[in-house]
Design a protein around this ligand. Structure first.
Ligand code: HDD
Length: 766
């Protein structure tokens, strides 16, 4: 094979380049040149990479990428080889005893290729199987607004939260919970939001969700919850959905689930994009400072581009037209340079103030209203790089809430305590080895030295004779680290009690916060919750389960809500409120996704409906205005190809109707042009596009003859412009023959609203 080599030196060159890179980026040294330096004589956590911006000791935004570079493989310009490096001359024909004879055992290439293939699937995650991930960095703010606290160091000693000049690499995986690996992205479900911070003090995993509370209070119940919500065990149905008897049977018998059910029936369970959802650590954790002082904290991610939702009808259509909708948007956003971004914030509660709430801080079914304890910003996270290989990175990344760094500690939340066991255990099932932490995506950047040095698929070659402590043979190395040397010390909480299998009385009030959530919703959001309950319970065959949900759960949340649900699912509405109902009118604005101010239109995607003969001037003016504001435009037409403008220019259609739909866009615009609009008027798809956008409460704009398409669709109670004035009606912005600037200003305002929730589109067929 070497004789036929087109570039005889290429393999050698690639190898020596890789070696050069390796020697430039010593990911496993402490930078001192003295590779034998132990934690005892190194600064805590020092890993010794310095970046181009002059970041000194410790990690920088690129540290993880440099580490991953060492295992990246690129076949460009190379020959095909076996796993053992033997060049392959023919990968299509097995070795046979004569042309039409049997395949020979001796064919090592056939056997290797087939064995690899037969073994290439690993168990999917038992929950959160469907997901997508990206790389990025976290950076503390320069001057965070911490209220009565002076600085972050007063709160926690965690080093990655301190220095605004230091960027810590992260890998984030978003997921749905219930569906299998190949299920659709847009189902009604909680979303996982798991972040691995590769800090200089070791990996910190913040394994969060997009909902701030959980279904159950004790990890002991987790297998029951998951068995109930997963496809039913006899027929394996339904996929990726709670809408079936076993889930609602369980829910109707577990009043502690009430607050979470309200969130899951709301738009929070239908995030518009991953980059437009909040994240929550859920449990109360501890921040611990240098002096050992501990405070309770709740961790929050707040998205830069706002918290937004899809609507139910849209999610179902998307599941068919683009099952990868959220995954695709994550990749597109990063590749277009509009990087997803979140702010990490923290609610802080002094230990001696923990009793001020009417719930227990250790109860994971409760949240602290943001109006009572503000969320203090600590820093920002930016995702700016998509993985090179889905399996190696997104599938093999493995999180564990037990991965914490000094300055972050646990509480006795019984759900958290159980998670601290479950994640390590589940990784053993997924990887078949305790060495899952050695896989490149899971490897810390911080140095690792210990006496664990065997097991399946061990990668490291540990030097030295003694793999035990204490030892005299290897000078008792590696040495334990004191707290001042970066050693993790658990917060010394005083515990005094009887061993007991019970639940605290302070965990008992299940309905106050469910009612708080209901009270905080706007009327359109309430309507969505009621519609969702109709769908979910409408799929439940057993009447007694539907009745229990309405009478025992919803009627204790809110009497009116229970009646509205009952009406849609063939149950007699309850006559009186439930005996545990909490008659309060407290609310929290932070819980609504609709209340609040409109935002910028940056990163929104607007469809332009166009055919031959469109008015170029309208298209250009509106495109420029939207792009100036960092929104993007796609031209949608009946068929792909070039569309000619009335005045001779042209534009290329980005999408055609069969493969797209209004569901993939944030807003729609119809420019003028006699011929173009006449063609659109003959297309059911174009009319459907507008009607559907209206039904989903999206902003719609039309200029010149484009307004005729809107008239033809007959949008209920919507005034359409018929002269030079721009008319704005419920997010529908039209102008027949006037000033484009005025039209654009109104259209941009309508897009900023995201959706026009007060519209009632129920009579629109789409
Ligand atoms: Fe969990 C995965 C988040 C409760 C047991 N969980 C998993 C993932 C996320 C969460 C985001 C996906 C990680 C990834 O992308 O690889 N889980 C949560 C949150 C919870 C929670 C926010 C409540 C506050 N989980 C929870 C409990 C248990 C588990 C109570 C068990 C006692 N979770 C698991 C697991 C998974 C998992 C079985 C499956 C795959 C994995 O861990 O790595 O161990």
């Amino acid at each position: 094979a070497v004789e036929n080599d087109p570039e005889p030196d290429s393999a050698e060159t690639a190898q020596s380049e890789a070696d050069d890179e390796r020697s430039e980026t010593p990911a496993k040294t402490d930078g001192s040149g003295d590779e034998s330096a132990s934690k005892t004589d190194a600064e805590p956590g020092a890993t010794g990479t310095s970046d181009d911006d002059g970041n000194t000791d410790g990690v920088d935004a690129e540290s993880k990428q440099r580490q991953l570079d060492q295992v990246r493989e690129n076949p460009e310009g190379e020959h095909l080889t076996t796993d053992h490096g033997i060049r392959v001359s023919d990968t299509d024909n097995s070795l046979k005893a004569s042309e039409r004879g049997p395949t020979l055992m001796e064919d090592f290439h056939f056997r290797e290729k087939m064995t690899q293939f037969d073994h290439e699937s690993i168990p999917e995650r038992v929950v959160h199987a469907r997901g997508s991930g990206a790389h990025g960095y976290f950076q503390p703010y320069d001057d965070p607004d911490l209220g009565e606290y002076d600085d972050v160091a007063e709160l926690t000693k965690a080093s990655f939260l301190q220095d605004p000049d230091q960027k810590t690499p992260v890998f984030v995986r978003f997921s749905t919970v219930v569906g299998s690996r190949g299920s659709a992205d847009t189902v009604r479900d909680v979303r996982g939001f798991a972040t691995k911070f590769y800090t200089e003090e070791g990996n910190y995993d913040l394994v969060a969700n997009n909902i701030p509370i959980f279904f159950i209070q004790d990890a002991m119940e987790f297998p029951d919850l998951v068995h109930a919500i997963k496809p039913e065990p006899d027929d394996g149905m339904p996929q990726a959905s709670a809408a079936h008897d076993t889930f609602w049977d369980f829910a109707s018998l577990k009043p502690e689930i009430a607050p979470m059910i309200m969130w899951v029936l709301s738009g929070r369970a239908l995030p518009r994009y991953y980059r437009m959802m909040e994240g929550f650590g859920v449990h109360t954790f501890r921040f611990v400072n240098d002096e050992g002082k501990s405070r309770f904290v709740k961790l929050h991610w707040k998205p830069k581009y706002g918290t937004h939702q899809l609507v139910w009808d849209e999610t179902q259509k998307l599941a068919g037209k683009d099952a990868d909708f959220n995954r695709r948007n994550l990749y597109d956003a990063i590749e277009n340079g509009t990087y997803p971004e979140w702010e990490l914030g923290v609610q802080i509660v002094e230990e001696d103030e923990a009793d001020q709430f009417d719930f227990d801080l250790l109860d994971p079914t409760k949240l602290i209203p943001e109006e009572e304890v503000p969320v203090r910003p600590l820093g920002k996270m930016v995702l700016n790089e998509t993985p090179d290989n889905f399996f190696a990175e997104t599938e093999q990344v493995a999180f564990h809430p037990g991965n914490v760094v000094p300055g972050i500690d646990f509480t006795n939340d019984p759900l958290l305590q159980g998670r601290l066991f479950s994640y390590q255990d589940t990784q053993l099932n997924r990887f078949g080895s305790a060495n899952w932490d050695e896989i490149p995506i899971n490897r810390p950047i911080a140095e690792r030295h210990n006496n664990q040095r065997a097991g399946f698929m061990r990668q490291e070659i540990n030097e030295g004779k003694a793999s035990y402590k204490p030892n005299s043979i290897d000078d008792d190395q590696p040495a334990e680290a004191s707290a001042s040397e970066g050693g993790y010390e658990h917060h010394a909480e005083k515990i005094d009690g009887k061993k007991i299998r019970n639940r605290s009385e302070s965990f008992e009030n299940h309905f106050t916060q469910a009612k708080l959530f209901w009270n905080s919703m706007t009327e359109p959001e309430k309507e969505n919750i009621v519609d969702a309950a109709h769908f979910e319970l409408g799929k439940v065959d057993r009447v007694e389960i539907r009745e229990r949900m309405v009478y025992d759960i919803f009627n204790n949340v809110d009497h009116e809500f229970a009646k509205r649900v009952a009406e849609g699912i063939g149950i007699d509405p309850p006559e009186e409120p439930g005996d545990q109902h909490q008659d309060h009118d407290r609310s929290s604005d932070a819980l609504s996704m609709v209340a609040g101010e409109p935002e910028s239109i940056a990163t929104r995607k607007i469809a332009f409906l166009v055919d031959d003969g469109f008015e170029d001037e309208h298209l250009e003016a509106v495109t420029d205005a939207l792009e100036e504001r960092d929104a993007s435009v796609e031209v949608v037409s009946k068929v792909l190809g070039e569309k000619s403008a009335a005045d001779g220019g042209s534009v290329e259609a980005d999408k055609h109707h069969v493969a797209s739909g209004s569901i993939m866009y944030d807003a729609v615009f119809v420019p003028g042009g006699n011929e173009s609009v006449e063609t659109l008027l003959e297309q059911g798809d174009a009319k459907h596009f507008v009607a559907e956008a209206f039904k989903h409460k999206k902003p719609i704009g039309a200029f010149g003859e484009g307004t005729e398409l809107l008239e033809a669709v007959d949008l209920p109670e919507v005034e359409i412009a018929d002269d030079g004035e721009t008319v704005v009606a419920d997010g529908v912005v039209t102008c027949r023959d006037g000033d484009t600037d005025e039209f654009i200003e109104s259209f941009v305002e309508a897009i900023a609203e995201h959706r026009h929730w007060d519209r009632s589109p129920k009579e629109v067929p789409a």
